[in-house]
Structure formats: structure tokens, C-alpha cells
Design a protein around this ligand. Structure first.
Ligand code: FRU
Length: 504
């Protein structure tokens, strides 16, 4: 009797658990190539993350959204929310196009002191109104900045009657306002992408804006238009270092869209860089329009759109297009005499761990990781450390002979991702190139973290100093992981954590 109950109770629990699980998991999130630990909209088209703001225990993520098609079109702000930066719940559309135009990218803030008069702690979105009708007529001044407010944590929105709050001074590409509170002068700062440079504006109330200064006409990368900027301080020891993020399209280090940044000082009027070389947050082709959450105190969390304008509209997914990168924590360090921003996955991702495998002191000559850690059945994180970095390849593969190779080329001192044989690549001539990134630190030792999902890989090398993000589309999911090296590469620690899907 006892033994029967002992056996039956766990069996019944398992059946009930599985029934609940299959009821709660939406079939939309099992589509081919659907990312399992990254946010993507259930249907329709998504590009840039917008209005990222933390309020009352929730991270809000708005996004450029075309609900009626899987290609770019009339822009709305979609909306999703998370308690932990990992699990996302998609909510109804937040902002719809209006007479001033469609709703292009922008930011959101919490107005703690009621500076705008909409109410203390109102959530206020500052976005670009893009007027397509005027664009068709050939007008230049088609982009202006507008605001909207929400008194119920982003569920419903009211557009300000006095919009636009910042008219166009005669610049065709005049968009993507990122607004933050500059406490020393008690004013809001708007960092705006204005064609080939950044323009800073200030305001006491988000409604009246004064031009402060311009930055960057002759600095940084200029292979394309400047878009989606961000400005915030990070602390390095006790020093305050300001980081200015500037997305650019095209002109990235591996072609197409990418995110450059500058480090320097900001005094409420002018940004003064302390170095003039071009730096990239992520060298991969698939991290664009990334900015950080506002209202998170000293913690700076970044997230980008995991695609590239070179092929975003034609990637082989059917019911939806595009996902975001995982959320990443930013930090600043000095490498030699230069400041450098590093990014690593937010620690909350560890919550998703299911089964784990680890090993120490192994030769990387030829490791069948699958034989030890089990087949890939969805997302996973692979980590390795070594006292001396040498050339290596990590290969993800399936039974159809398709593979993605991620590794380090010692002679070139470069990390790389080779997706030439990764599966479906012929939808774009720009998709199957080998992607490379310089190693940015000179230490002998290394530390590699690879976040693997069904259609993306994010490489954080050397504690997130060199980062690369790439998407891929195998005809069937990758199931195997192998590591190889011709170079007597000795791995000190190796671990593989299989992760649970965020949708189940
Ligand atoms: C960047 C971008 C922004 C613009 C938005 C339009 O990807 O071009 O500059 O606001 O997308 O969807």
C-alpha cells in the first residue's frame, strides 16, 4: 500500500504538471526559429526597442511594431513587461499613429516630481512623429518630437495636446529622442540623432526644449545615418565616466547596422569625448538600436534589436519577424589608457537553468560536448575559462550537416562566428559572411560565455569586452556541440547549462 502511494503520487503530480504546462504554452512560441529565451512579438513585425523604463517592480519594453504585417510598415509602439528581464508578457499596443505621423523610436521616463504636470510618477514617452504623408510630397521637415503620458503603468496613454514639443529645424533625419534627468541642473536632457551627429536639448518640463550643443560630425563611424542614441554615466572606481551610445546604419564593423559608443564627460550642456577612436558595444551583425532602461539607479541594463537592416525584412520566419537580444548589464573599465564598456548577460538569466554539466582541466583538441552534457533541446549557456587563450572552435550542428562555428583565431587575434554553412542563408547575399571581432584585452587568460538559442548566438568573450551577436536559421534545430583546437588549448573549466524556455 505504502509503496504504491509512493509511486503514484509523483506520477500523478508529473501528469498534472505536464497537462498544465501544455495548456499554458502557446503554440505561437513553438514556430520554427522562434527564440525561446528572447522576447519576440507573437505576430507581426518588430524593430527597435523603445521606451525602456522600470516602474513599480516591472521592466517595461516598448518596441517599433507593425501589427498587420511581417515587414516594416506603419509604426506603433508595441508593449511587453517583465519582472526579471527574462520572462516577458506581451501587452496590447501602447501607441498608435495619429495626425502627426507614425510613432518612431524614443524613450520613456518616470516623472517623479511632476515636472510636466501630468501627475507625480506619470510614465512619459518621448518619441518621434514621422509624417509619411509629408514624406510622399517630398517635404524635408517630416520628423518632430512628441510626448504622451500614462497614469496606469503604460496600459493606456494620452497624447499631449501641444505636440509636437520639438519642431523640425530643417533636418531630414531628426529622431529617436532619449531623455534622462540631469540632477545637477534639475533639467531633462534629450539626446537626439540628427543625421550625421547628435544634438543635445534641455527642458525643465519635457514640453519646452532648448538646444544645448552638437556632437560628432567629425568623430566616430560615419558609414551611415546616426540613429537611436543614449547618454548615461557609469562609474569606474570613484570616477564618473559618461557613455554616449550612437547606433549607425549602415557602417557597422561587419556590415550594415551596429552600435558605436563614445566615452567622455557631460556637463549638462556639452559632451566632451576623452578618446576619439571608434568603439563598438557589439561587433556582431545582429544587435541594433540598443539603448538602456531608465529609472534603474546605478544599474545600467542594455538590450538591442537582434537583426540587421540588410536582411531583417526577408529573414525566413513566417508569422513574426525579429527578436531582441538578451538583456545585458553594462560596466566600464580601463584597458591600458582607454575606457571600455563591457556587457555581460544579466544575472537573472541563471533562473532558467535546468540540467547542468561541468568539467575541469581538459584538453580542447576534440571534445564531444554532447556526449557528456546531453543533446541541445533548446537554449543553453556554455562557459569556459582558460589560463592561456589559444585558437579554438565551438561547433553547433544538426543531423542535416548544417553547422555554426564560433571561435578564436590566434594569428589574427580575432574572435569569429562563421555562419556560411549554418542552414538557410540564401535569402540574402549579406548573410553568410564570416563575422570577426578583435580581442580587446591583452591578458593571457580568458573567459568565454556563449548564450545559445534556437536561432541566435551571443558571444561574451573576456568578461564581455568583445561581444558578438548573430542569428541563424538551420533547417532543423542544432542538437550537438563540439569543441576543437589544433593548438594544445587547455580548458580550465567548462560548463553547459541547459535552459528552460521563457514561454512555457
Ligand atoms: C532604427 C530606426 C529609427 C527609427 C525607427 C523606425 O532602426 O530607423 O531611427 O525611429 O527605426 O522604425
Amino acid at each position: 500500500m505504502f509503496t504504491k502511494i509512493n509511486f503514484l503520487v509523483p506520477a500523478i503530480c508529473l501528469l498534472v504538471f505536464q497537462a498544465v504546462r501544455s495548456q499554458t504554452s502557446d503554440p505561437a512560441y513553438s514556430d520554427p526559429h522562434r527564440l525561446q529565451i528572447h522576447f519576440s512579438p507573437k505576430k507581426g513585425w518588430m524593430n527597435d526597442p523603445n521606451g525602456m523604463v522600470y516602474l513599480n517592480g516591472k521592466y517595461h519594453l516598448f518596441f517599433q511594431y507593425n501589427p498587420d504585417s511581417t515587414v516594416w510598415g506603419p509604426m506603433h509602439w508595441g508593449h511587453a513587461v517583465s519582472n526579471d528581464l527574462v520572462h516577458w508578457k506581451e501587452l496590447p499596443i501602447a501607441l498608435y499613429p495619429d495626425a502627426l505621423g507614425t510613432i518612431f523610436s524614443g524613450s520613456a521616463i518616470v516623472d517623479k516630481n511632476n515636472t510636466a504636470g501630468f501627475g507625480a510618477n506619470a510614465m512619459i514617452a518621448i518619441y518621434t512623429s514621422h509624417n509619411h504623408a509629408m514624406e510622399k510630397e517630398g517635404f524635408e521637415k517630416i520628423e518632430t518630437q512628441s510626448i504622451a503620458y500614462s497614469l496606469d503603468e503604460g496600459k493606456t496613454w494620452t497624447k499631449y495636446k501641444g505636440n509636437p514639443v520639438l519642431p523640425n529645424p530643417g533636418i531630414r533625419d531628426f529622431r529617436d529622442p532619449k531623455v534622462s534627468w540631469y540632477a545637477p541642473a534639475k533639467k531633462w536632457i534629450m539626446t537626439l540623432a540628427t543625421s550625421d551627429h547628435i544634438t543635445f536639448y534641455s527642458s525643465p518640463d519635457l514640453k519646452n526644449w532648448t538646444k544645448e550643443s552638437e556632437f560628432g560630425k567629425n568623430l566616430g563611424a560615419h558609414g551611415g545615418v546616426w540613429e537611436c542614441p543614449d547618454l548615461f554615466p557609469l562609474s569606474y572606481n570613484s570616477e564618473e565616466v559618461w557613455v554616449l551610445i550612437v547606433n549607425i546604419n549602415p557602417g557597422g564593423p561587419n556590415g550594415g547596422s551596429a552600435t558605436q559608443y563614445f566615452t567622455g564627460k557631460f556637463d549638462g550642456h556639452v559632451f566632451t569625448p576623452n578618446e576619439t577612436d571608434t568603439k563598438w558595444i557589439d561587433y556582431g551583425p545582429d544587435n541594433y538600436a540598443g539603448i538602456t532602461w531608465s529609472n534603474t539607479g546605478d544599474r545600467k541594463v542594455f538590450l538591442g534589436w537582434m537583426s540587421n537592416w540588410k536582411y531583417a525584412n526577408i529573414v525566413p520566419t513566417e508569422k513574426w519577424r525579429s527578436a531582441n537580444t538578451i538583456a545585458r548589464e553594462l560596466a566600464i573599465e580601463k584597458i591600458g589608457d582607454k575606457y571600455q564598456v563591457s556587457s555581460i548577460p544579466v544575472k537573472e538569466i541563471e533562473e532558467l537553468k535546468s540540467t547542468s554539466y561541468s568539467a575541469q582541466n581538459i584538453k580542447a583538441k576534440n571534445i564531444n560536448v554532447t556526449a557528456k552534457a546531453g543533446k541541445l533541446k533548446g537554449p543553453a549557456i556554455l562557459k569556459l575559462t582558460a589560463d592561456e587563450l589559444k585558437a579554438f572552435n565551438i561547433t553547433l550542428s544538426n543531423t542535416s550537416g548544417e553547422k555554426l562555428v564560433i571561435g578564436y583565431d590566434k594569428s589574427a587575434n580575432q574572435y569569429f562566428i562563421d555562419r556560411s554553412q549554418s542552414g538557410k542563408t540564401d535569402f540574402s547575399k549579406d548573410f553568410s559572411n564570416k563575422i570577426v571581432a578583435p580581442r580587446l584585452i591583452t591578458d593571457k587568460s580568458t573567459n568565454i560565455c556563449l548564450v545559445i538559442d534556437d536561432a541566435s548566438v551571443e558571444l561574451f568573450a573576456d568578461n564581455g569586452h568583445t561581444v558578438m551577436t548573430a542569428i541563424f536559421f538551420p533547417t532543423s534545430d542544432y542538437t550537438d556541440i563540439g569543441i576543437s583546437s589544433d593548438d594544445k588549448f587547455k580548458i580550465k573549466t567548462l560548463s553547459v547549462d541547459h535552459l528552460r524556455s521563457i514561454w512555457k
